[in-house]
Write a protein that binds this ligand. Structure first.
Ligand code: PSU
Ligand code: MN
Length: 385
């Protein structure tokens, strides 16, 4: 085995220069972890990812900011770390502080709705992005986070046979192994077609605590569509995720949780208003990514704010359930992968999830470019040629 590690980076001045260069040239290419999330990752404790389109385009200010902060708090109360994901000035954040969430909450011409395909242009352009479910699971997966919470997922829009409007959330979830806890697809969508599409693409759709499939603002769809699969609670959800992992199935899982009874709207009460909003969207020629924010805004106006209160209640409930699932998943993983004991360190290491055993050698070449014309070398600097 031989190492060609040219310079050992134990010189503070040197490290500082490197960080400056890295920040200048490569900052678009990496994720920025918030302090809390960093700590949770180091201690391997449970994390729940949260999307941010609901902040930038799903709710008006200041409800968006207050809701974003309250769902983080609900997750923290269960000893789970919240990681709100979004893009600020081109930096992809996994876990944002209050100030950063506030920045995304305020209307800004530099802030865009960011689906998975737009991550590249928003990050490279130094812009701000509220990440959709699809973009959030993409980033969460890179960050090693297994569970996310949202209000409602995107889906197949009504009249999709003519418009082809199918949310990219569905496709992204079919190839990204992150579980999404939601209250069903938004009621403005075509729910039977959304379920068909998810079936075709092999995405498990599982209702928690009900045999019915929930419809976002209400606990059932108008015609009471049954859920494709049903489980009683978070423990069973964690077991499903675990089997999915064991079988190396690469899709995400959708866990549908009905809105709490007290906040639910009658399906028949909301249906007529949704149809009005849909007709208006068509006559105003609203298309593409503008459709969902337009409909959510109009439904809120037509229900005199009732849909907004329902939206807040359901996302808070989903955050609570997502934290329970993340905790159960953590408990399950620790049972399957106990911490290494003194005698069996090697065999445990082999059994441990995500551990790689390297047999043979590793060659590392570091090529460093320094900005300063003169490099100060302190006494304790070691060179290894
Ligand atoms: N649910 C809400 N409000 C929202 C959304 C969902 O209550 O704003 C967002 C989610 O981020 C979802 C996105 O991923 O809408 C889907 O948008 P589209 O239909 O354009 O794919
Ligand atoms: Mn769409």
């Amino acid at each position: 085995m031989f190492w060609r590690n040219k310079i050992l980076l134990n010189n503070f001045e040197f490290c500082k220069s490197w960080r400056v260069i890295e920040k200048k040239f490569f900052h678009h290419e990496r994720l920025v972890f918030g302090n809390e999330v960093n700590l949770a990752k180091k201690t391997n404790s449970p994390i729940v990812a949260l999307e941010s389109t609901i902040i930038t385009h799903g709710m008006p200010y200041p409800d968006n900011f207050k809701t974003a902060m309250s769902i983080e708090e609900i997750i923290r109360k269960q000893n789970v770390t919240p990681a709100t994901i979004g893009i600020i000035d081109g930096e992809i954040h996994v876990g944002m502080n209050e100030e950063q969430i506030h920045k995304l909450s305020k209307p800004d011409t530099k802030t865009f709705k960011c689906s998975a395909r737009e991550i590249c242009s928003i990050a490279a352009g130094g812009l701000n992005g509220g990440t959709t479910v699809g973009a959030t699971v993409t980033i969460a997966n890179l960050a090693g986070i297994a569970v996310m919470a949202t209000g409602g997922i995107g889906g197949v829009h009504r009249n999709a046979e003519n418009t082809f409007d199918i949310s990219s959330d569905l496709i992204v979830m079919s190839h990204t192994p992150v579980s999404v806890v939601c209250a069903g697809p938004k009621a403005i969508l075509d729910i039977p077609k959304t379920l068909e599409f998810l079936e075709t693409h092999g995405v498990p759709v599982i209702s928690i605590g009900t045999k019915m499939f929930p419809a976002f603002y209400s606990r059932t769809t108008v015609d009471k569509i049954p859920a494709p699969m049903t489980i009683p609670g978070a423990r069973e959800a964690a077991k499903c995720i675990n089997v999915q992992r064991m079988m190396k199935l690469s899709s995400g899982l959708i866990f549908a949780v009905p809105i709490p009874e007290a906040a639910a709207l009658e399906p028949s009460e909301i249906e007529g208003l949704i149809e009005t909003a849909l007709r208006e969207a068509e006559s105003n020629k609203i298309t593409g990514k503008e459709v969902t924010p337009y409909l959510l805004k109009r439904v809120k106006e037509l229900t005199s704010g009732k849909s907004l209160s329902a939206n807040k209640a359901l996302i808070e409930n989903n955050a609570r359930v997502a934290a329970e699932i993340a905790t159960e998943l953590y408990n399950l993983s620790s049972q399957l992968n106990p911490a290494p004991g003194p005698k069996s360190a090697l065999s445990t290491a082999i059994n441990q999830k995500d551990q790689v055993v390297v047999i043979g050698g590793a060659v590392v070449d570091n090529i460093l470019q320094v900005e300063e014309p003169i490099i100060k070398v302190s006494k304790d600097t070691s060179y290894l040629y």
